[in-house]
Design a protein around this ligand. Structure first.
Ligand code: DP6
Length: 332
């Protein structure tokens, strides 16, 4: 019986994946660009076992069994079956999975969770995929952003903007620009509207088609800003993009409001810090928490200010991280 453990990090989208052109194949409407994180990780152990039924154990970050998000749990079972078919194997699998950060709260826990699960299951089933193959399989979990969590540094998915089936591709490695991500948690509870539902609703917004016309140029500005390490240009494009995603969410039918009152407090504070000369900017995925990107020069000062804002529960200091990888420290 083979046992494998893999670790994959969360990622924060600079250009967001929001809406699918083909939900069955998990083909996004537009290419997204993200920064893979270092400290916010999911660990997954998979072993093949005798018997017919998969067993999945969800652990909290202190190692005790914890209730799982129902959608994630259903997705895990479907993904194990998918991986078994790919490997042309019959055995059941025993799985344990843990995140070291709040689950489902705008920190991409399913991205890192499914990237780690895909890699661990591939290992346990004695598949030997390369990174592009892993990225494709991770996407098929239904969490498209998991395709990006396979790779470290700055990542685009699909790597080939003209091919929605293309795997994620690294566009700059982690040493290129040591940006920080201060994750400002204002609510630790799972979001009420899943990303899956958000992708579906996005297409009902009257502004969705406008967004599509703006994205190629905005993505190019992000790539340029990264290439030249131009923080001001990055800040402008990234904040525009974050507001655009939430504009689409709020104008969808039915509308979705991911922001909470402290979300806005944080956005205002980030603007003030930038006007005061600091290299900080904000982005928000599908949740109320704010990712404050900054350069190492200003990270400590920004961290202190953010911690003291009303409504802030916790600030997690993260930075650019590396590829998903195998690890010998098994959970079970
Ligand atoms: C707003 O379908 O990948 O975070 O895995 O649940 O995060 P999760 O969902 P997924 O959608 C991600 C939506 C997003 C933007 C992004 O990460 O690109």
């Amino acid at each position: 019986m083979a046992k494998c453990t893999a670790v994959a990090a969360a990622n924060i989208a600079l250009i967001k994946y929001w809406g699918m052109q083909d939900a069955d194949r998990v083909w996004p409407t537009n290419p997204s660009i993200s920064m893979t994180l270092r400290h916010c990780v999911s660990r997954s152990t998979v072993e093949t076992i005798a018997g017919n039924e998969d067993e999945v154990l969800y652990l909290s970050d202190d190692g005790v069994p914890a209730p799982a998000d129902a959608e994630f749990a259903a997705g895990v079972l479907r993904h194990l079956q998918r991986m078994r078919v790919l490997a042309d194997r019959r055995e059941a699998m025993r799985v344990a999975t843990v995140n070291n950060f709040p689950t489902g709260a705008g920190i991409a826990s399913s991205a890192s969770g499914f990237a780690a699960l895909t890699m661990a299951a591939a290992g346990a089933l004695e598949l030997q995929p390369d990174a592009p193959q892993l990225s494709r399989w991770a996407r098929m979990s239904g969490s498209g952003s998991a395709a990006r969590s396979i790779l470290g540094g700055f990542v685009q998915w699909p790597g080939d903007a003209g091919d929605p089936d293309a795997p994620a591709q690294r566009i700059f490695d982690r040493g290129h620009w040591p940006l920080r991500d201060l994750i400002v948690v204002v609510d630790r509870e799972p979001k009420e509207v899943s990303s899956r539902e958000g992708h579906r609703r996005a297409l009902t917004s009257p502004y969705y088609s406008v967004r599509q016309t703006l994205l190629p140029r905005r993505a190019e500005r992000v790539r340029q800003a990264l290439a030249t390490r131009d923080f001001r240009q990055l800040a402008e494009a990234v904040e525009e993009e974050a507001i655009d995603l939430h504009l689409i969410a709020m104008s969808s039918r039915p509308p979705t409001f991911y922001w909470q009152a402290p979300t806005l407090t944080v956005l205002h504070a980030v603007r003030q810090l930038r006007e005061g000369g600091m290299e900080v900017c904000a982005t928000i995925d599908a949740g109320p928490n704010v990712h404050v990107l900054c350069t190492p020069r200003d990270a400590d000062r920004a961290f202190d200010v953010l911690c003291d804002l009303p409504g802030v529960v916790q600030v997690i200091a993260d930075e650019v991280g590396s590829d998903a990888h195998y690890d010998r420290s098994h959970l079970i």
